[in-house]
Design a protein around this ligand. Structure first.
Ligand SMILES: Cc1cc2nc3c(=O)[nH]c(=O)nc-3n(C[C@H](O)[C@H](O)[C@H](O)COP(=O)(O)OP(=O)(O)OC[C@H]3O[C@@H](n4cnc5c(N)ncnc54)[C@H](O)[C@@H]3O)c2cc1C
Ligand code: SF4
Length: 465
């Protein structure tokens, strides 16, 4: 019998007051009974609209049918056949714009909780590791491939090639692999032990991970190719922060969201036994309205701030962050100062931030993005007393790779140009994908690009030999 409840089966979450002061995971996931009950909401539609909304084509109704039958490991194996990082995508994918956005149960009521079910299956498999079919390290085919960057695009590309016998080395600039999954998305949304497990699985497949290797500085891509790597995949992300160019951005207490989150996540500034310096702020303004801004604001709250403001120049309707993240942030006490734009950051006599001046905005006609353009209200400037400002207004790809690799071209936004069919850059043998190509996007799109590039690299090397 299908479960005809109009709303998703609720999931247990940490109490907002408690979790706002700790870094433990917010969502605790479904129990077996809850997962089975939710899975019974799926109608197993013939035309499978949910699958068309998934960038990696997970066979959604098939895995959900297995969950409904209590065959959780079988469900996991179905997901894993097209999605190499389900514990991660089940937690961070914007499902409301993808699979769940297409689910027919969402027409009258809430869609099936596909993301929560995916996460349930991945966690079940992790807790029953002895039952998971081990992927044996394949026999080497003698061909070497280099991957630059250990984010989701690089990890996926490396995994797919290693499974086919390639000798893959990942070169990662940071001291830890994982990309944004490790340095950006906070522990309370994506526990780092889960990401580490996926990296360990890759190492078991024979992938060599070399950290502290900034390609373009330590070695160039041409040097890698001269060293016997027959192809290179560039998955170097879009980690270069933007600033507004207003007065006061060089004051002590102004961070980019990337730096702030890297100190907290990768360098563990929130743990007392780590020496990473981070400001213990009382009052924080986070400028921007995306997921990164929500992560920075919620992290500042967890570090003990009394007031954390989101300063965003449009209204709630245009706020780009996921609804779930905004809801969680509000529950945790983040204050939303909408239709406000910073005009300058104010410092005290020692050069420390002591305030941010903003101007009130109203919405005018839609701009080229289709969103209503924010327009300043003359003379409406006011000051918010803060000791920390976190800029979260976007990022772009770092120019290092394109400036040190002759033949690799980029567009006006600094994103590497690739052939959409193959993901090859403008240089033979060099492929790219993820945020380095699209600009800041999503984990699942980066994984999809890594997968596509791996298939093209395999074809290229086989064709050449
Ligand atoms: C705070 C934050 C929260 C986010 N939340 C979500 C979310 O909830 N859901 C979602 O789907 N997406 C989210 N995103 C976006 C998502 O994380 C990215 O789209 C995705 O990680 C891109 O993957 P990637 O492999 O292209 O690059 P990245 O994850 O950026 O990895 C690139 C890696 O390359 C390394 N690198 C860079 N240059 C070099 C070099 N020259 N040599 C060697 N290594 C190099 C970097 O150190 C990094 O490890 C978030 C992003 C941020 C910053
Ligand atoms: S669209 Fe929704 S109800 Fe239909 S098969 Fe997909 S998940 Fe199930």
């Amino acid at each position: 019998m299908p479960n005809m409840q109009m709303t998703k089966t609720p999931v247990t979450e940490q109490d907002p007051k408690v979790r706002a002061r700790n870094f433990k995971e917010v969502c605790l996931g479904y129990t077996e009974e809850e997962a089975k009950f939710e899975a019974q909401r799926c109608l197993n539609c013939k035309h499978r609209p949910c699958v068309s909304g998934c960038p990696v084509g997970v066979r959604i109704p098939d895995f959900i049918a297995k969950v409904a039958a209590g065959e959780f490991m079988e469900a996991y194996n179905i997901i894993k056949s097209t999605n190499s990082l389900p514990a991660i995508s089940g937690r961070v994918c914007p499902q409301e714009n993808q699979c769940e956005g297409k689910c027919v149960r969402g027409i009258k009521g809430e869609p099936v909780a596909i993301g929560r079910l995916e996460r349930f299956c991945a966690d079940y498999a992790m807790n029953h590791a002895d039952e998971v079919e081990k992927v044996e390290k394949p026999q080497s085919n003698g061909h070497k491939v280099a991957v630059v960057g250990a984010g989701p695009s690089g990890l996926t590309c490396a995994g797919d090639l290693a499974k086919q016998g390639y000798d893959v080395t990942i070169f990662e600039a940071f001291h830890t692999a994982g990309g944004v999954l490790m340095y950006g998305i906070p522990e309370f949304r994506l526990p780092k032990a889960i990401v580490q497990k996926e990296i360990d699985n890759l190492k078991d497949l024979g992938v060599n991970v070399m950290t502290n290797m900034v390609i373009g500085k330590v070695l160039s891509i041409d040097e890698l190719m001269n060293d016997g790597f027959e192809a290179v995949f560039v998955g170097s992300g879009a980690g270069l922060p933007r600033f507004m160019g207003i007065d006061g951005e060089a004051l002590v207490g102004v961070y980019s969201a990337n730096e702030y989150l890297t100190r907290i996540n990768l360098m563990k500034a929130y743990l007392e036994d780590y020496e990473t310096p981070i400001k213990k702020s009382k009052s924080v303004a986070v400028v921007g309205g995306g997921n990164v801004a929500m992560d920075a604001a919620r992290s500042a709250m967890r570090l003990g701030a009394e007031h954390v403001y989101i300063v965003y120049r449009r209204s709630m309707d245009e706020l780009p962050a996921r609804k779930e993240e905004v809801h969680h942030a509000m529950e945790e006490g983040i204050e939303f100062m909408l239709l406000n734009n910073p005009t300058k950051i104010i410092g005290d006599e020692n050069g420390n931030v002591c305030g941010i001046e903003c101007i009130k905005m109203e919405l005018g006609e839609p701009d080229e993005s289709g969103r209503r353009r924010p327009v300043e209200i003359a003379g409406s400037e006011f000051v918010i007393d803060v000791d920390t400002v976190i800029m979260s207004i976007g990022t772009s790809p770092n120019p290092l790779i394109r400036s040190t690799t002759p033949g690799v071209e980029a567009n006006k936004r600094g994103c590497l140009i690739v052939n959409e069919e193959t993901n090859q850059t403008t240089k033979e043998g060099v492929y790219a994908g993820g945020d380095a190509v699209t600009g800041a996007a999503t984990v699942i799109l980066a994984m999809g690009a890594g997968k596509k590039a791996a298939a093209s690299i395999d074809e290229y090397i086989k064709g050449k030999n």
